[in-house]
Ligand binder design. Structure first.
Ligand SMILES: [Cu+2]
Length: 292
């Protein structure tokens, strides 16, 4: 790559952004201790098989798998928050008739994945709420800055993967940021360098520290890593499939379905030495540059 100075400057900037973003996530994501989920286990087998949740109703058994099944909504108990304060974020998933959805399948080793991001694609957090006896969900959540944030619930119910979202308003300081320019490498706040390559339709990430490749990446959520991809502007949540299995060496590979030209932000999370690290990349698809 040319322009060494520019790249270094950019990497420095990324470091700052990640420090802010990941610091919050690390403090509140119950993942590191792996303790958060047991409570919601209920009677369902929460083995690592992921998706092996046998309900026995594969086909549209009786209850029509019609429109109501796909028109789920995320309903937060509260949509106004203040930056810097720790809160409980409570929400329900409701169907078209307003009924609380209670049955969720295990997907990526969890029943519910909550992704939080500011509208300008900073402040990324990935949390695992607990379900209460009435079907509602709750997780500790703290917003580092003000601004409109979007909250995505990513889950599977009745065998169908879904992502639903809602916006919440956070009072406090807010300075909108431009999406960083696309770069091949990103640095986590914890000092890992991650390189992004794309070959044969696969998006592959390689992790380095002090210029040495990290070979022993821990399994995380049933794969080598977890990837969230969002489109700039409307925050369309992309469908991403891990290619490499949890037991398959050091590769972190995904198939990412880009639905259109545009600019996207990729948030890769991976686990090394028991800690989850986040690296973010900007990805331009097609002729998405400004001023063309
Ligand atoms: Cu998750």
């Amino acid at each position: 790559m040319s322009g060494g100075v520019k790249v270094i400057l950019f990497a420095g900037l990324l470091g700052v952004v990640f420090a802010a973003a990941v610091g919050v996530g690390a403090a509140f994501d119950p993942d590191p201790g792996n303790e958060g989920e047991a409570a919601s286990g209920g009677g369902h087998g929460e083995d690592a098989g992921g998706g092996a949740h046998a309900t026995g109703s594969d086909a549209a058994g009786g209850h029509g798998a019609g429109a109501s099944d796909t028109e789920l909504r995320l309903v937060p108990a509260q949509t106004r928050f203040a930056a810097g304060e720790g809160n409980d974020f409570d929400f329900e998933i409701v169907d078209a008739d307003g009924r609380t959805v209670k049955d969720f399948d295990v997907e990526h080793e969890r029943r519910m994945h909550l992704i939080v991001v500011r509208r300008d694609l900073t402040g990324f957090q990935h949390l695992h709420p607990r379900q209460d006896a009435h079907g509602g969900w709750s997780t500790p959540l703290r917003f580092a800055t003000g601004g409109t944030h979007r909250v995505f619930a990513d889950f599977a119910s009745k065998g169908e993967s879904q992502t639903v979202s809602a916006d919440v308003e956070v009072a406090g300081d807010y300075e909108p940021r431009e999406l960083p320019h696309p770069e091949r490498t990103a640095t986590t706040d914890s000092g890992y360098e991650v390189r992004l390559d794309e070959t044969n339709g696969e998006t592959r990430f390689t992790v380095f520290r002090n210029n040495r490749r990290i070979e022993d990446i821990d399994p995380y959520l049933g794969a080598r890593g977890h990837l969230v991809a969002l489109r700039e502007g409307d925050l369309e949540f992309l469908h991403v499939h891990p290619v490499s299995k949890a037991t398959e060496g050091s590769d972190i590979r995904f198939e990412v379905e880009y639905p259109s030209d545009g600019r996207y932000r990729l948030f890769l999370q991976f686990k090394v030495d028991g800690e989850v690290h986040t690296a973010a990349f900007t990805r331009e698809v097609g002729d998405a540059r400004h001023g063309h």
